[in-house]
Design a protein around this ligand. Structure first.
Ligand code: ZN
Ligand code: ZN
Length: 310
């Protein structure tokens, strides 16, 4: 079958063996390119098939999304139910073969049944949306919360969708006009003004961290939703003088209301404008090289680029 790998020559579609072994085979219908994928490609050739944001159908036609976190199931954190903090965490598309392929083998526990109204062609968004759902849960966002989101790439926009979905009032700091417009379609009400008890950092950059601390009301909390690939310099004095609380959010997990991935799937069903707004480009799997090029080009209205194997 065909699959996307990071090779010496860059992102390429290569022929690989069909997946075999214990687990369930998912026939992939959508796999989206993440900012993390763009970073991973920068490291050069990788052994695994790429793609941690993907969805498809089972052999009997059942539509599913997939939680790409593959915890060991036997460490102390797995025993506590904090499987995303597993000491031996494998991640499909990063350390194990992922979903940018015609087919992928997953653990049965990783499957997320899709609610009516969510097609597998859109459900690659369950993963990035679950990142936002998890972060908003850590931050305690509820109806009546007023927060600022700094950064309007797909994770920032997913945060807007998750927070407004929970009834919060959200202002969004966006770099590009298309991102600003997308944020407003998802319920953001303009750019941040004044101070906030809660600021969500969703850009993964030094300037965004500085801005997040600047927007913080003394005593407030910054939630880091993005991945930082480079060391970070903390604006320590400003943060200390505000007695800022910093919370780091990593992927998604389980909580009292269920799995973050299931909450995300329900949110996609309830608010069809999320998929309409976030997915800006679609390519066949064989055009993966071009898809990655477009995904890296934020200035031209790109939000989420989706690969479709079928
Ligand atoms: Zn991702
Ligand atoms: Zn574990």
């Amino acid at each position: 079958m065909q699959a996307v790998k990071s090779t010496d020559a860059g992102v390429r579609v290569v022929e690989v063996d069909d997946p075999t072994g214990d687990g369930v085979v998912v026939e992939v219908r959508s796999a989206s390119v993440c900012g993390s994928d763009l970073h991973l490609v920068g490291f050069g050739p990788l052994p695994c098939v790429m793609g941690h944001e993907f969805a498809g159908v089972l052999a009997d036609g059942t539509p599913v999304a997939v939680d790409p976190n593959a915890p060991c199931g036997s460490c102390d954190l797995c025993a506590e139910g904090k499987t995303h903090l597993c000491r031996n965490l494998a991640i499909l598309g990063v350390t194990r073969d992922g979903g940018m392929a015609e087919r992928v083998l997953v653990h049965p526990d990783a499957l997320v049944r899709l609610p009516a109204g969510v097609a597998p062609e859109q459900a690659c968004l369950v993963e990035p949306l679950a990142v936002a759902v998890h972060g908003m849960g850590l931050a305690g966002v509820h109806g009546g919360t007023r927060l600022a989101v700094v950064g309007a790439g797909s994770i920032g926009l997913a945060a807007v969708a998750a927070a407004t979905g929970a009834g919060a009032e959200v202002q969004l700091e966006a770099r590009h006009e298309a991102q600003r417009a997308a944020g407003e379609r998802l319920g953001a009400t303009g750019a941040p003004t004044g101070e906030y008890d809660l600021v969500v950092e969703a850009a993964g950059s030094q300037s965004a961290v500085d801005r997040a601390v600047q927007l913080l009301r003394p005593g407030g909390t910054v939630v880091f939703l993005s991945s930082f690939w480079d060391p970070l310099t903390m604006p320590g004095l400003a943060a200390a003088m505000k007695e800022a609380t910093f919370k780091w959010s990593f992927t998604y997990g389980h909580h009292a209301a269920g799995r973050d991935v299931e909450v995300a799937a329900a949110l996609l069903a309830r608010r069809p404008e999320i998929a309409d707004t976030l997915i800006t480009h679609r390519f066949g799997l064989t055009d993966a090289t071009e898809a990655f090029r477009v995904a890296a080009d934020r200035a031209h209205g790109t939000i989420k680029v989706v690969l479709e194997p079928a």
